[in-house]
Design a protein around this ligand. Structure first.
Ligand code: MN
Length: 406
């Protein structure tokens, strides 16, 4: 079976105060086009669908539209909530839309639900199990298993993965399953993972060793990592949470990454969707299909003159989200608004020059009594800007100070 792995859509996100909604709409349509081309059996979305626990109306509309398009295509969708989503709001109406093949993880209720899917290898290897674990903190798991020793995230996920339930077993007698079903829709099975079967896990956690970037939420203390060894029974782990596409420990414990760049620390990322082909037990093929955004997020660097020289920008997309780094030694007055005539989506402006390169600590001056106000100012200027004042600047300061003193 073929599955497309996505994560961290962060619908409704603003980057440096710029709304990403149009870019997100564009990239979701591109993903739909990819799905139409490769025709997978299912789509995995590994958490952080929304950017906020109470998402904007635009974000809700976008998610609703995307799910409808997936359902129209009769695709099975397996989506879990991430740390940015409200697990409860995310799961709203989930048992109803389940019937349309859209499977949203319920808020963690002490059981990891899973689906059993038949494919062309089922006769030989049994069905594929797809386990869905929404983002959990140690406290979430501890609440259901107070007698277990859960001191960190690794314990939490490990314990969670030993309490499973089958939410809807497509291939098994559904009437029997319903009989055992409790109010949450879970059938009360409590089995451990059968490592002889083909097992896929969808999770939203920080696996030890993954490379982080700025648009992720950093936990104070940084003790939110999970050891990859607890995933040994899974043939493929579809991860969300880390925004750069990468695998950890083995190729089949993988972050798909965000579909768009959400910070300048991601300027060199190549965003993609991950296509996972599950063959016989232990045989997983992975392919990445690149995504091309409506507007890239990139950095330009040079003097003001260089950045505003037409021959330097005419062959580029000036609508891109830009971080400009000016290398002029002197600040350009009102540079942001001037540069925005050329680069309307300029997000950030900074200087790379003598002043910014070295951050000297500006301490109190010495021999204050014996120095003139102009001398003291010159000293201060030099310490702050890592360079001497120019002749014109000195003249100006002299005039100003004389004016004040008189
Ligand atoms: Mn995220």
């Amino acid at each position: 079976m073929k599955l497309v792995h996505l994560s961290d859509l962060h619908l409704g996100k603003r980057v440096n105060e710029f709304s990403m909604i149009e870019d997100q709409k564009y990239i979701l349509l591109q993903i739909i086009n990819i799905l139409d081309e490769i025709r997978p059996d299912g789509v995995i979305i590994a958490g952080d669908v929304y950017d906020k626990s109470v998402p904007s109306e635009d974000a809700v509309r976008l998610w609703d539209g995307f799910l409808s398009m997936l359902a129209d295509r009769k695709l099975q969708v397996y989506a879990i909530s991430g740390n940015h989503d409200s697990a409860v709001r995310f799961a709203q109406n989930s048992r109803i839309i389940d019937m349309a093949g859209i499977h949203l993880s319920p808020a963690y209720d002490g059981k990891v639900s899973h689906f059993t899917c038949a494919d062309e290898y089922s006769d030989k290897c049994g069905d594929v199990n797809i386990y869905m674990l929404p983002f959990v903190k140690p406290a979430n798991v501890r609440a259901f298993y107070p007698d277990e020793e859960i001191t960190d995230y690794t314990d939490a996920v490990r314990i969670a993965l030993t309490h499973l339930s089958c939410r809807k077993d497509v291939e098994v007698d559904t009437a029997a399953a319903e009989e055992n079903s409790d109010i949450s829709g879970n059938t009360a099975t409590n089995t451990s993972i059968d490592s002889t079967k083909r097992n896929i896990l969808i999770a939203h956690q920080f696996v030890t060793g993954a490379e982080r970037c700025e648009s992720e939420e950093i936990t104070i203390g940084g003790l939110d990592n999970v050891d990859a060894s607890i995933f040994d029974d899974f043939d493929y782990v579809a991860l969300g949470h880390i925004h750069g596409p990468q695998f950890v420990k083995r190729e089949t414990i993988r972050y798909s990454g965000t579909p768009l760049k959400y910070s300048f620390s991601e300027k060199d990322h190549h965003k993609s969707v991950t296509v996972v082909t599950v063959k016989e037990k232990g045989d997983i093929e992975i392919e990445k299909i690149p995504l091309t955004p409506k507007r890239d997020l990139r950095q330009i660097k040079g003097t003001y003159e260089e950045l505003t020289d037409k021959k330097n920008y005419e062959s580029t997309n000036t609508e891109d989200y830009i971080q400009a780094i000016l290398t002029d030694e002197e600040d350009i007055p009102d540079a942001i608004s001037k540069l925005r005539f050329i680069y309307p989506n300029l997000m950030k402006l900074s200087y790379d020059n003598k002043r910014t390169r070295e951050n000297r600590i500006v301490e109190g001056a010495s021999d204050v009594e014996r120095k003139s106000p102009v001398e003291l100012f010159e000293e201060f200027y030099e310490k702050q800007n890592n360079q001497e004042m120019s002749k014109e600047q000195k003249e100006l300061v002299k005039d100003l100070i004389e004016g004040i003193w008189n």
